[in-house]
Design a binder for this molecule. Structure first.
Ligand code: ZN
Length: 181
């Protein structure tokens, strides 16, 4: 599969800050570039995308531009990466956001089969909800991964990497386990 990996937020407005002091954009930008060899080992073709950091363009315009690039690359799936945040430092685990379309839901549900970190489930988001533009404006099915809470006082980055690699390794449409979902 051709999988577009999108770094959440942008270079200027980088999103939430983790308890380790790193913001979402920096975290995922570094993570993807550091682990690209492990991720490529899952057998898919990947490209890393970032959204425009223009201060004059709105979210919708940025999402449309981003998806135009992803569509031109002929992605089978688009994944945007974020982390979650809560005032409660004890909350942690995966959350996956889906448009609710058949394929988006199918890919989103795979996380619960392969995650070592706790999985809080899949949330369906409408066009105007948080992350809705990314989930709804592209041709390729899209999901948003929030594998952990940056606000948590204990984040296991080794397990995080394992979970993401396991998720990508098992995401093929024809995978036997996936067909049971
Ligand atoms: Zn975010």
């Amino acid at each position: 599969m051709r999988i577009a990996l999108v770094v959440g937020h942008d270079r200027i407005r980088q999103g939430a800050r983790s308890s380790a002091g790193v913001k979402e954009f920096s975290f995922w930008h570094t993570f993807l570039h550091t682990h690209i060899a492990d991720i490529a080992g899952t057998g898919h073709t990947f490209a890393i995308f970032t959204r425009s950091s223009s201060l004059t363009k709105g979210y919708t315009a940025k999402m449309k531009q981003l998806h135009k690039e992803i569509d031109e690359w002929n992605a089978d799936l688009a994944i945007e990466l974020h982390f979650n945040s809560s005032n409660n430092r004890n909350i942690n685990g995966w959350e996956v956001l889906s448009s609710g379309s058949y394929l988006s839901m199918r890919y989103a549900r795979i996380v619960s089969f392969y995650a070592n970190l706790p999985c809080r489930g899949v949330k369906v988001i409408g066009k105007h909800g948080r992350g809705g533009g990314f989930l709804h404006y592209g041709k390729a099915p899209a999901i948003i991964l929030e594998p952990f809470f940056g606000s948590s006082s204990s984040i296991d980055y080794t397990l995080l990497k394992k979970d993401i690699v396991a998720f990508l390794r098992n995401i093929q449409r024809d995978n036997a386990a996936v067909n049971k979902i």
